[in-house]
Design a protein around this ligand. Sequence first.
Ligand code: AQP
Length: 332
Amino acid sequence: RPRALSGIQPTAESFHLGNYLGAVRQYVALQETHDAFYMVVDLHAITVPQDPERLRANTRIAAAQLLAAGLDPERCTLFVQSHVPEHAQLGWVMNCLTGFGEASRMTQFKDKAAKQGADRASVGLFTYPVLQVADILLYQADAVPVGEDQRQHIELTRDLAERFNTRYGQTFTMPSPYIVRETAKIYDLQDPTAKMSKSAATPKGLINLLDEPKVSAKKIKSAVTDTDTVIRFDPENKPGVSNLLTIYATLTGTRIAELEQKYEGKGYGALKTDLAEVLVEWVTPFRARTREYLDDPETLDAILAKGAEKARAVAGETLAQAYERVGFLPAK
Ligand code: AQP
């Protein structure tokens, strides 16, 4: 079986709809076809300041949401990044292989650093794409399910895998991004030309999966559309409506063309009301399942402990090989 690897940050109290549609849904699908490793990336989370107690709580909440979304610990390996020290260890090696200019070109860093204020951004934030390289290469991953915003980091991973393999001999599998075109970028409901993101200017355009369903329904109903009245998928001219259609189609497994037909002659209000209902129906059981996992932290922690053990077996082997290739003297 090919390998899949991905990670999600515990930087908020809830995943948002972009995280779910762009990434987590694909995690669930790939556990059927791939030897899949998924992690809550707490090392990445501390690239921006975190409250320690909040981070610990959010790490469990993230794991619970992944399970609630459909990850099955019998069919994939689910773990917490900091439980597998090999990530930081290979991360260092990869840092030493990355050009300063090369790292400076990462647009995610530039965006996130700008939000922090350039001088306040940490060196960790600067090198986080390189840690991500190590995350992927440690598992010899073939496929990396992510949203569009991560494409550049997978490109960097490929460049560094190739560089390492050329310099030290074949060591790492060449990974490919696994990006589902339709849901690669879910947009902010208030600013449908910007990515839905937890650090958006206003929370009104952000659907948090664990929010009160009523709150999310209201956000859908007040989504920004356009002054036209036709319900048609046209991301360029009708980004708001197209975003709603994408969300609707994906959550219900309906084709967009079918939705266009269904809403022919109807107004935006009808589309929004129905989508709000679809969303509420989806998030209600999701929230209940997440709550069940959180109410039983021993079971949750046991799943994560088992996952870390399985992950370490693979990561340890790759790290040992990389260390040997680089020329480190083995510890006796
Ligand atoms: N709007 C989105 N559409 C599609 N996919 C998305 N992802 C994030 N936003 C969208 C994908 O979710 C996965 C996990 O992302 P992360 O843990 O890196 O979270 P993030 O990128 O920090 O989420 P935000 O909200 O975008 O945070 P900020 O605002 O801090 O940048 C990834 O695969 C990502 O592609």
